[in-house]
Write a protein that binds this ligand. Structure first.
Ligand code: NAD
Ligand code: ZN
Ligand code: ZN
Length: 396
């Protein structure tokens, strides 16, 4: 089959690879019909390079048609239309029962000291072959894949794999009081969708911050009060402008939908780049022990949120030596909640929003649909935010 493979920093290629096969009785094989390109994939493209191996198949936002199931997968049969969560979890352990599927005790990547494995996401997350491919082996298929109705186009349901539960969890963890205010930093797919969900779930005012014209316009078109980072001389000015809108206090909650590749801090960028170009044997452990994130967005969140408010991180961070302003965090009594989204914890609550009325605008959410063969260009376009690219969906 054809698959999008990682070959090196900013180097992805479509290659011919062996078809996946059933290996465990709990596996299924899916023929992929749509596969999202995610901001998380851009970390692999750039800063998480030390944890990748050339040839790794990328992608973790799949949906498609069941081709084959293992003996213990009784809930699915060939021909079913399914969307697959980006993490692999069992559905019955202590963690899964507690709605913490990303911490699944059956599937945890214990060799790396990490939580549940993810499709197409570094050796830290199990080096599981990813979903930007014609076929995908889905472990724990007795639990993960969600059956979806025939009829609407793939885009109606595709985002259940990642964008929707991630944005939903971001809003749930932000704990915005009814009638309260929330600021969303970053208006990529995750931040954009978090704004939509926050509004749908009763936030009175939603402030959105980014530095890309089309992304700001897209959010503004859905009732978000937007702030263009480029029009402020400093983070302090941005914080002051949003505080002015919230009785001088700052919003009740701030969602960081930016993560480790934030624009803002040149020093941290140099350290990240140094780790990414080191020889592989060195860079893995070094990146693990001494890595620092670009913390511009997180620092803004800490300044911006009102005293006693909540910061909800969905942006991915990976640093082991990040300097944080503990005095401010402690003095402002800030609550911080974070993590990969627990997909199946939220999927049932999201489903009623995926109707013909389309309150979250999923049908029109993708800006680009491309064949798998265009993946190299799609990665570059999405990373550089060219051509109005916000959400790219590949159709193998
Ligand atoms: N927690 C999860 O389960 C989960 C799931 C999916 C994605 N993510 C993470 O969420 C983050 C966003 O994902 P995405 O797909 O929307 O990616 P994206 O890269 O398209 O979006 C990031 C946005 O942040 C903006 N930005 C950069 N620096 C900024 C700053 N200092 N202030 C405000 N905005 C800034 C960029 O212009 C961009 O629009 C990524 O870190 C991704 O890895 C997490
Ligand atoms: Zn993703
Ligand atoms: Zn489990």
């Amino acid at each position: 089959m054809k698959a999008v493979t990682w070959q090196g920093k900013r180097d992805v290629r479509v290659e011919e690879v062996p078809d996946p096969k059933i290996q465990e009785p709990t596996d299924a094989i899916i023929r992929i019909t749509s596969s999202g390109l995610c901001g998380s994939d851009l970390h692999l493209y750039e800063v998480l390079t030390p944890f990748m191996t050339p040839g790794d198949i990328l992608g973790h936002e799949p949906m498609g048609i069941v081709e084959e199931v293992g003996a213990e997968v009784t809930n699915l049969r060939p021909g079913d239309r399914v969307v697959v969560p980006f993490q692999i979890s069992c559905g019955h352990c202590f963690m899964c029962s507690a709605g913490l599927q990303t911490q699944c005790e059956t599937t945890q990547v214990t060799s790396e000291g990490m939580g549940a494995p993810l499709f197409g996401y570094t050796r830290l997350y199990g080096a599981v072959p990813g979903a930007q491919a014609e076929y995908l082996r889905v472990p724990q298929a007795q639990y993960g894949p969600m059956k979806i109705p025939e009829g609407p186009s793939d885009d109606r349901f595709l985002y259940l794999s990642d964008v929707l539960p991630t944005a939903w969890q971001a809003v749930a963890y932000a704990d915005v009081p009814r009638g309260g205010t929330v600021a969303v930093l970053g208006l990529g797919p995750i931040g954009d969708m978090a704004c939509r969900i926050a509004r749908a779930r009763g936030a009175e005012r939603v402030f959105g911050v980014d530095l890309v014209t089309e992304r700001l316009a897209r959010a503004r078109g859905r009732g978000v009060e937007t702030f263009d980072l480029r029009s402020f001389d400093s983070e302090k000015e941005l914080v002051a402008a949003i505080r002015d809108e919230t009785d001088g206090r700052g919003p009740d909650a701030v969602i960081d939908a930016v993560g480790t590749e934030a624009h803002g801090s040149a020093a941290a960028r140099m350290v990240q780049q140094a780790a990414a170009v080191m020889p592989r044997v060195l860079s893995g452990p070094i990146a693990e022990r001494f890595s620092v994130d670009r913390l511009a967005a997180l620092h803004t969140a800490i300044e911006l949120v009102r005293r006693g408010g909540t910061i909800s991180l969905s942006g991915v961070y990976g640093g082991m030596a990040d300097p944080l302003p503990m005095l401010t965090l402690f003095d402002k009594q800030i609550q911080m909640r974070m993590g990969q989204a627990n997909v199946r914890r939220w999927s049932d609550a999201i489903m009623p929003y995926l109707t013909d009325e389309d309150p979250l605008g999923v049908d029109e959410f993708a800006t680009h649909h491309v064949p798998l063969s265009d993946a190299p260009h799609a990665y570059e376009m999405f990373q550089r935010k060219q051509d109005g690219a916000v959400k790219v969906v590949m159709r193998p």
